[in-house]
Ligand binder design. Sequence first.
Ligand SMILES: [Zn+2]
Length: 489
Amino acid sequence: MFANALIVLLVLVLFFLAVLLVRTALYGRPPQAVEPAALAEVSGEVVAEHLAEIIRHPTVSELDPEKIDYAAFIELRASLEKLYPRVHSTLRLDPVNRYSLLYTWKGKDERLPPILLASHSDVVPVDPASRGEWKYPPFEGRLAEGYLWGRGTLDNKNTLIAMLEAVETLLKSGYQPERTILLAIGHDEEVGGRQGAAQIAGRIQAYNTRLAAVLDEGGAVFSSGIVPGVKLPLALVGITEKGYLTLHLEAEGQGGHAAYPPRHTVIGVLAMAIAALEDAPMRARTALIELMFEHLGAFLPFGLRLVFANFWLFRPLFRRAMLTNPRMAAMMRTTTAVTMISGGIKDNVLPAHASAVVNFRLLPGDHIADVVQHVRKVVGEDTVQLHIPEGAAWESPPVSPVDGAAFRSLSQVIQQVFPEALVAPYLVMGATDARHYAGVCDHIYRFSPMILDEEGVTSIHNKNERIPIDVLARMVQFYVQLIQVWGAA
Ligand SMILES: [Zn+2]
């Protein structure tokens, strides 16, 4: 009797293991067959010279409009007109809000919904403290050691130049797209895009036009270990991005003499609220990470494949392991970062006021109202007041589909230009101009066609930003190819 039970149990265990293994073997989407393409011939040196000229215009974004050097934006536009004569004689150029640029390249069939390729001309400031640590000055556009150096070489003047270079190349060969192509160059992406991309999107909406697809910055081809366990380069295409919320927490009290303190001063009250918030993160969800891994499927190491193929079993384990890695955790939940604090005026005076700033990045599916409600619940009803400063909150935009023609053809072009990389959709952590187009397009993708290694990633918004010259050539090849594919009917 006992022996029989044991045998039954053994059979069940073996069956269970077999199910896990079969699911593992079948896991992942079958890799898409890629037709090889004859890529355009592009001289990286020439593109680098052009980009260098654009880098020399210090189009620095500032939150305070008084501080912006608008002449630099005007000069940048003059450089573009000089560098790309065909673009400027064939495409219509509408300045939007004076400094953003919207180019329209009419397609043969005007009934087809247009596509839009986006970039931005503004750059983040150079931190004065690290200015001396740049190997080559940030606005000189110096070519050295196989790189072009300078602020904006990765974010995002490289894309701006690659787009225009591609159109100029195609015009030279007599090409005209079937579909109208819009090139949108915002001038304030680094401070939120409300003066640039948002206005461009407004204009498109005013024409009652829906776009077939949008490509903006966001992902890239990451050359090393960005996803644990995956060694191959990954071309990550953002299908949505995180939302944003800054909350001010304010605690008010009586003040008075420090010799007769209450049990908690307002600083103590605020500190407890902050500690409680940090200890109560928003709930993690894995749908977007699962989608990413599903695309990497067959190329994952056995362990990860086993986990994802049997996620119903391993989800809790996976979630716990990944939440210890801040980068992976950020892909799975709304993050909470206490970034500023102030309060008190003198060592022997009880503070009457203390305040803190908490910055949340919202996982798609978590709304601003959910986060505010969560904070209310965690910190209690009356201990601290909450308020949202003007312009400091926006929802995560809708997730763009990965099973439509636009994503499929984009993946195909990425693989043609970067055959060494695997393509997968993912969630962009930062904010991009792309979100402003959510009202006029359902197929919005975030990907810069450049190879980024660890050093490249750290140099963005940092010192020694630079781009390899051969990467620049590939960027142009990518846009030449994409325009022909997306620009076809
Ligand atoms: Zn950017």
